[in-house]
Design a binder for this molecule. Structure first.
Ligand SMILES: Cc1cc2nc3c(=O)[nH]c(=O)nc-3n(C[C@H](O)[C@H](O)[C@H](O)COP(=O)(O)O)c2cc1C
Length: 352
């Protein structure tokens, strides 16, 4: 049973979640410790922005041996989630080849084999108001044990906030730092937003660099990470990496990949305007995450960039973490996998 009830609203899940029964085992040994900037970590495993909806979710996953936890992306202004459903299973068939990216995908059933789990999620980057998430972040921080790190993911809400895109990124990142965030991640790549362009920044090298430079200037020594999506053409990733490298401390890759999600009869699966396109996550994402992490690592070596790499996408079995680490990630993260199997980090810790 997942920790989030996909049949219920986000509000219900934030109020009643996470759903988890059973004992929380104590880790008596640590398979592999890690270092990220000045932070000593119990392991190089984490949960990316998204599945940790509030401090209650963060507490559970920290207790279950995930050592780098990212608080779900927040805004400077409150925003409601898209109407339910926010998560549906999709049928990736034998996998989603590169030429199918961005095209139709049909809803599917929950697979009996968790290693095949592929979903689409569409929340619209809902957020509590700033005062509320600052308070909740503080509580989440109090749940961190030794060797654990809590990060904050933020996005910009141009217009509605009264600021432009760059200004509101800077403003929201500063709010996150005020709340006690030791690392701030800028979400440049959420596909589930209808207006405002928050999702596509990662495809624009100059604008990405301009925003990171401004945030870095504001935050000083606090590490700043950007979350990017998948680049079909790796030359585009090269250009972004070159532009942001002088300013950024870390790159998290990858976010979900937008697909057109339909019912079997061809109709739109998720209700509401602008929701035909929705982000694919889970098992089918793994080759694309590996490809991106591999290239970021190669660029680090050849171009002498010194960002840290957060590998995200398609980790649904313990050994998937290792694949991302071997490809060059400092931290390997699981979103969908951790929702359906919250024991994944402990299973990795025990597997030698
Ligand atoms: C329920 C859910 C909510 C998500 N929300 C966010 C978000 O708020 N910000 C963000 O940067 N990514 C978000 N993501 C994307 C994940 O961080 C991750 O990039 C993506 O799911 C791929 O990893 P996975 O295959 O392990 O799920 C979300 C993913 C899921 C499953």
């Amino acid at each position: 049973m997942p920790t989030y009830d996909v049949t219920k609203s986000t509000e219900w899940n934030m109020e009643n979640g996470p759903l988890f029964e059973g004992d929380i085992p104590i880790r008596s040994s640590f398979r592999k410790r890690a270092r990220l900037w000045d932070f000593e970590l119990n392991s190089p495993l984490g949960v990316p922005a998204g599945p940790l909806f509030n401090s209650d979710f963060i507490k559970l996953y920290a207790d279950l041996g995930f050592d780098v936890l990212v608080y779900k992306t927040v805004r400077s202004v409150a925003r409601k989630a898209h109407p339910n459903p926010n998560i549906v299973f999709v049928d990736p068939g034998a996998g989603i080849t590169k030429d199918r990216l961005g095209s139709d995908i049909v809803v599917g059933k929950e697979p009996s084999d968790l290693s095949k789990i592929t979903i689409t999620n569409s929340f619209g980057m809902n957020s509590l108001g700033a005062e509320d998430w600052q308070k909740d972040f503080d509580l989440a921080q109090s749940y961190m044990g030794d060797g654990q790190l809590l990060m904050m993911s933020v996005t910009s809400t141009p217009g509605e906030s009264g600021r432009d895109m760059k200004e509101d990124f800077v403003y929201t990142a500063a709010l996150a730092k005020d709340a006690g965030a030791k690392v701030v991640e800028l979400n440049f790549s959420c596909p589930n937003v209808k207006a405002g362009g928050e999702g596509s920044i990662y495809t624009d090298p100059d604008f990405s660099a301009e925003i990171v430079a401004a945030v870095k200037k504001e935050l000083g020594a606090t590490p700043v990470v950007i979350k990017v999506g998948y680049y079909k053409d790796l030359a585009d990733l090269d250009a972004v990496a070159a532009a942001v490298a002088p300013f950024v401390d870390g790159i998290s890759a990858i976010n979900t990949i937008t697909m057109l999600v339909r019912n079997g009869d061809g109709s739109q699966a998720l209700p509401g305007e602008g929701r035909l396109g929705s982000g694919l996550c889970g098992a089918a994402l793994k080759p694309y995450a590996l490809e991106t992490v591999g290239r970021l690592a190669e660029l680090k070596r050849t171009m002498k960039y010194d960002y840290e790499i957060f590998g995200v996408g398609g980790v649904v079995r313990p050994e998937d973490f290792d694949d991302l680490l071997e490809a060059g990630a400092t931290v390997a993260m699981t979103g969908t996998g951790a929702m359906w199997n919250p024991m994944l980090a402990l299973q990795w810790n025990e597997a030698v």
